[in-house]
Design a protein around this ligand. Structure first.
Ligand SMILES: [Zn+2]
Length: 439
């Protein structure tokens, strides 16, 4: 048991050492439970954890922590693309105020995940995404996973969304920090992957736009030139991770929600934005990305791992771009933080619904113009486009243009980001049928 979780339990037992009743109610429906939750104090945008009493809704079985929002499996395995395993037992004490207190670590994990999934269901509904997922969500606990194919080492300190199983898998955690299963931002991040998988990845796999069954299986060419499929996989992986971090930030309002659980990557994925970065935000230019990917591909011993790391760094830029877009909407429209973030989250959802079509059409038109081009110069340019893979510009525009009732000033901001990133060609902010878009 980790020191932090030990502290939680010591506090629990201390708090409820008198007058406790063993909870045995099987159909309580709605219960109040005490959980460690994060809260941001004094606008410093970094949260700390404390105990709060919150409601869990539509619980059918308290001893299995099953209900409308989640169901749990321990040491699960896969059977016919479904998660199977035994249902862990949740034990609670009920204090004199009628509040349920988890008695051990697994009960706390289950109640915590249930609570955050319940909130994810509400959030999905608030942006119109309530039909994407099946509920209750399947959650695997204490999952034994290999770190990679052919590896005998078990993965640790990780939470994973598995698209084929449609489940969140939590592997054993041994850092001396907030367990991933208690970290609301991490759970929101994983939940986002389920939306991305169903709205984007699945369609790209079905149309053979992506040739791998996994998010990112790296195919590299033998020379130092990175191929288009690798670039596409790295950039789309980055997009998926970055938008997932944006989801975690929107849910927790915490720039450093990952740092509470993972010291190694938490700082790199911080969503703090300095005043200077706010003024000068830009993505890495397409040529820089090509160059850096080629270097990584040619030089490293552990190429796949480094490309995944690179994808996460692109991801942080995507996350920051969406955060900055929400700050822009807030100031342009004089609305609250939560309204502005809701508008961007909705734009992300709307943008994802047609993203696969956009990417497939883009690839097709690149291929067609490569075939049609007659002069050598034209030919090499369009071949270059085909060889470059998906562009960050296409992805950024997909979400900016999905913002409901985009204003000219907001569009101009997006245009300036593209200009600073060496990504602008002939795009302009156009108004057609009273709808502004950057095309
Ligand atoms: Zn992720």
């Amino acid at each position: 048991m980790h020191i932090k979780s030990k502290l939680f339990f010591i506090t629990y037992f201390f708090l409820c050492s008198c007058g406790v009743n063993q909870a045995s109610q099987e159909n309580p429906g709605e219960i109040r439970v005490r959980l460690p939750l994060s809260a941001v104090q004094n606008d410093n945008q970094t949260a700390s954890y404390s105990f709060q009493v919150v409601p869990l809704l539509q619980i059918n079985s308290l001893s299995q922590m099953r209900g409308a929002y989640a169901r749990f499996f321990t040491n699960p395995s896969e059977k016919e693309s479904k998660l199977v395993g035994t249902s862990p037992r949740a034990d609670f004490l009920k204090n004199t105020d009628g509040v349920y207190i988890p008695k051990n670590e697994i009960s706390q994990q289950m109640a915590s995940i249930y609570y955050h999934m319940q909130n994810m269901a509400l959030f999905d509904k608030s942006i119109g995404a309530e039909k994407v997922n099946h509920w209750p969500r399947d959650i695997g606990l204490r999952v034994q996973l290999q770190t990679s194919e052919n590896s005998t080492t078990a993965d640790e300190n990780n939470a994973i969304y598995d698209g084929q199983l449609d489940a969140i898998l939590i592997v054993p955690y041994n850092e001396n920090k907030i367990p991933l299963s208690v970290n609301g931002g991490v759970l929101a991040h994983e939940h986002f992957h389920s939306l991305f998988y169903k709205l984007v990845t699945k369609k790209l796999l079905a149309t053979d736009y992506l040739t791998s069954k996994h998010d990112l299986t790296v195919h590299t060419s033998s020379d130092s030139n990175i191929d288009a499929m690798t670039t596409t996989l790295v950039v789309l992986k980055g997009l998926n991770e970055g938008l997932a971090d944006f989801w975690g930030w929107v849910y927790t309002q915490d720039n450093d929600f990952i740092l509470h659980s993972l010291s190694s990557v938490g700082n790199r994925r911080s969503l703090k934005i300095s005043a200077l970065e706010n003024e000068n935000f830009r993505f890495k230019s397409p040529s820089r990305i090509q160059q850096e990917l080629s270097v990584l591909s040619a030089e490293t011993q552990n190429e796949a791992q480094d490309l995944v790391g690179y994808a996460y760094s692109l991801g942080t830029d995507f996350a920051k771009s969406m955060k900055l877009l929400s700050l822009r909407l807030k100031s342009e429209r004089k609305i609250s933080d939560s309204e502005a973030q809701g508008l961007v989250a909705k734009a992300v959802f709307v943008g994802m619904k047609s993203l696969a079509d956009t990417l497939i059409a883009e690839k097709k038109s690149q291929q067609e113009s490569a075939l049609k081009s007659t002069t050598t110069d034209e030919k090499s340019n369009s071949e270059k486009a085909v060889a470059t893979g998906v562009s960050i510009k296409t992805l950024f525009l997909q979400f900016v243009n999905s913002v409901s009732d985009l204003k000219v000033s907001e569009c101009e901001w997006a245009k300036s980001v593209l200009a600073k990133s060496d990504m602008i060609e002939n795009e302009k902010c156009q108004t057609i049928d009273a709808k502004v878009s950057l095309k």
